[in-house]
Ligand binder design. Structure first.
Ligand code: FEO
Length: 170
């Protein structure tokens, strides 16, 4: 049975992963309507992965005798200045999610909930990858400059690592 404190912070993460999915959908829509179809595809795929992350939390909470709650998600911003600004936001958002996961990990240790601690390890590793791929793309955009996006946009999907997020947590 999940302790109340753990259930609450895990539900906070349900909301954050759901918001992440919507945020990347909003970004994908911006990219698709601004001549960046490759980037849009990258972001749509990312949105799907975030939905899977949310589902993992939902299923875990319910399996452990808690109740996953789906809340209203904040409306993501619809517009971005350019590809560079957009990916700066992707990285900042992933850093925020990493921080959020780390807070839950710390609480599981405090509360001696080692099952949830184990469950979270997949997310700890996943966040390293999420931040690193956002950083790689950001570096490349900085190098090329916003006005030189044509070829990079064509190749961006090749930078995706094989869908780690599709795997079931160990
Ligand atoms: Fe589910 Fe990108 O963190």
């Amino acid at each position: 049975m999940l302790k109340k404190k753990i259930e609450e912070i895990m539900n906070r993460q349900v909301e954050r992963e759901g918001f992440s999915s919507n945020l990347y959908l909003a970004m994908a829509s911006w990219a698709e309507t601004n001549g960046l179809p490759g980037m849009a595809q990258w972001l749509y795929t990312q949105a799907d992965e975030e939905r899977l992350h949310m589902l993992k939390f939902i299923k875990y909470i319910n399996e452990r005798g808690g109740k996953a709650v789906i809340s209203l998600f904040e409306k993501p911003q619809p517009d971005f200045q350019d590809a560079l600004a957009l990916f700066k936001e992707v990285l900042a958002h992933e850093e925020f999610v990493t921080e959020s996961i780390n807070e839950i990990v710390a609480l599981t240790l405090e509360e001696k909930d080692f099952n949830t601690h184990n469950f979270l390890q997949w997310f700890v590793f996943e966040q390293v990858e999420e931040e690193s791929s956002a950083r790689t793309i950001l570096d490349k955009i900085r190098l090329l400059g916003n006005n030189n996006m044509y070829q990079f946009d064509r190749d961006i999907m090749s930078l995706r690592k094989p869908a780690a997020s599709a795997k079931t947590p160990a």
